[in-house]
Design a protein around this ligand. Structure first.
Ligand SMILES: [Zn+2]
Length: 566
């Protein structure tokens, strides 16, 4: 057992690398054998939990109050002093574990991941990888500097977004065109960044002795349970099953909006044209309403939400000095989740809270897993936890007292339509990236890349009219930051969404069984493989058209039922 690990959050946050290092050293020096491997892993896990606790606590402290200079200093200090050393320490322990040849029970998946990481590691890639990151900083700079003049004032691109919600179509169009033109003006400078990064990626893969960058990323993302061919089957299934459904949604929206063709500036405006839904005014109302939704999903989950309220594990209200966005993190020592949001009283806030709530229940469910290494669940399943909770929770919007019956129906239609429309777009981004790294040299040229983007976009985005805007459409891949900055990270959401839709479908025929299986799957953490996690949730880890069609049909049918309530 490791002695004298700091026990309070305050003490953990005071920890210096000088105090942490001896623990790593002791684990490194301790002889490792079949008899003590479990206690050695437990000690390693406890140490990792404590060190990661510093990082996650500081992330929370710096986002809940961006003016807290003391936490900001501590955070910077963490990254200067502790983080690189801790990574080296963790890495050395992984090497020691692998070298021991021991294969303790329940540690198979973690070992498999460690082996892949060790396999991929090349000394001569370190400088290339940091060179790549440095080059990509230019991408942020170019994107961040984009502003337009709107009614005499300078606005960022995000500040232009609310204009797409305007009822007046001419205003939407004017705003949208302005943004398109501004973004198009950076085509060449963004293209330059692209042409610099692509050769680096080719070299990174070659250094790792892999045939192409896709193979490299596949391994780096620990994708053992599906292949590029599986992903491509998924694209074809989406084309066959979801693309026509998405086109029907766009047609319906045209009718609701009273327009004859669906243009890019018509995608965000509320097709029902009603007043925006305002489900709550105070945080007490939001908490009470959300608690009652979770209670309905499963009383045990309602209680867990109450724990978060009682223990101050929620910071939901937008206020000055808070960082933007929303997330759910965890405190590894106490095994408690923490949800951060910027609610302002909209329906989107409730939807986000259901999503993050799903992530937080994942943390609760895995609290009994001893080893920190075993709660490293893959993204493809992490998002099942959250997206399934959105599906399950939205059924109880009306019961929560925050929505009228009509509002609840509108909100649910919007949720289902957004999910349906997402799949084809996801397929555009993902199949585009497959093409890029299958044609690495050709795709290094941003002009050729744009031509291909247009072609793929037209294949999947049926019913969206870009007439006269072709050159802008072709260059929009530059706006999808994943393509530049986190290659291949996107299909996870599409796969998770299919898992979530299956959990929801199950809940319609056997409610209790479906929720029980969902919770059981969450509780497995990362002790089993991805298909096994899906299976535990009574879902299929699938890429095929029939599985997809089953979900899509149900979603369309539900939309139709809900429309009769409007
Ligand atoms: Zn999420």
């Amino acid at each position: 057992m490791l002695e004298n690990l700091p026990s309070t959050t305050e003490d953990i946050l005071q920890w210096t690398w000088g105090e942490i290092e001896p623990y790593y050293k002791e684990l490194q020096d301790r002889p490792l054998n079949e008899d003590n491997v479990n206690s050695w892993l437990k000690d390693w896990s406890d140490l990792s939990r404590h060190v990661f606790e510093i990082q996650f606590r500081l992330e929370v402290l710096t986002t809940v109050d961006t003016t807290d200079t003391q936490s900001e200093e501590a955070y910077k200090k963490f990254f200067d002093d502790i983080f690189p050393n801790m990574q080296a320490g963790e890495n050395a322990l992984k090497q020691k574990m692998l070298a021991s040849g021991l294969e303790p029970k329940g540690f198979e998946v973690a070992l498999r991941n460690m082996r892949a990481e060790a396999d991929l590691f090349r000394e001569n890639n370190l400088s290339l990888l940091s060179e790549e990151q440095k080059t990509l900083l230019e991408y942020d700079k170019i994107m961040g500097a984009q502003t337009v003049q709107w009614n005499g004032e300078e606005r960022t691109i995000s500040q232009m977004y609310p204009l797409l919600l305007e009822k007046d179509r001419a205003t939407r169009e004017k705003a949208y065109r302005l943004v398109l033109e501004r973004q198009f003006a950076d085509f060449e400078s963004l293209g330059e960044v692209w042409s610099q990064v692509m050769p680096m990626r080719k070299q990174i893969a070659a250094n790792a002795d892999l045939p192409d960058y896709r193979s490299y990323m596949w391994k780096q993302k620990l994708r053992f349970d599906y292949t590029p061919e599986n992903a491509q089957s998924f694209h074809r299934a989406i084309e066959e099953v979801v693309v026509p459904a998405a086109a029907r949604i766009r047609e319906r929206r045209c009718k609701r909006l009273g327009i004859d063709t669906f243009r890019p500036w018509d995608t965000e405006v509320d097709p029902f044209g009603g007043e925006p839904i305002r489900p709550f005014k105070t945080m007490d109302e939001l908490n009470a309403g959300t608690r009652s939704i979770f209670d309905k999903v499963d009383p045990e989950l309602g209680k867990r939400y109450q724990i978060m309220v009682d223990e101050g594990l929620l910071d939901l209200e937008n206020r000055k000095g808070k960082a933007p966005g929303g997330y759910c993190t965890l405190f590894p020592v106490s095994n408690r989740p923490f949800i951060f949001m910027n609610s302002v009283g909209t329906h989107a806030d409730v939807q986000t809270l259901l999503h993050e709530g799903g992530h937080s229940f994942h943390v609760f469910e895995t609290a009994s897993i001893e080893l920190f290494h075993n709660i490293n669940t893959p993204m493809e399943f992490n998002e099942v936890a959250s997206m399934a909770m959105e599906f399950l929770g939205t059924r109880y919007l009306f019961d929560s007292g925050m929505y009228t019956e009509v509002e609840a129906a509108r909100a649910r239609i919007e949720h289902l339509e957004t999910n349906l429309i997402f799949w084809p777009y996801m397929a555009v981004v993902d199949s585009f990236q497959h093409w890029i790294y299958e044609n690495h040299d050709l795709a290094t040229d941003p002009v050729k890349t744009s031509e291909k983007w247009s072609e793929i976009y037209d294949r999947f985005m049926v019913g969206l009219d870009w007439t006269g805007l072709e050159q802008y459409k072709a260059t929009r891949w530059q706006r999808q930051l994943h393509i530049y900055k986190i290659p291949f990270y996107y299909v996870e959401y599409g796969l998770a969404q299919l898992g979530a839709a299956q959990v929801w479908a199950n809940s319609l025929s056997d409610y209790e069984g479906a929720v029980k299986a969902y919770r059981k799957a969450l509780s497995l953490g990362s002790t089993v493989t991805l298909p096994e996690l899906f299976q535990a949730a009574n879902a299929k880890f699938a890429f095929d058209a029939p599985t997809l069609k089953h979900s899509v049909d149900l979603m369309e049918q539900t939309i139709e039922e809900l429309e009769s309530k409007l």
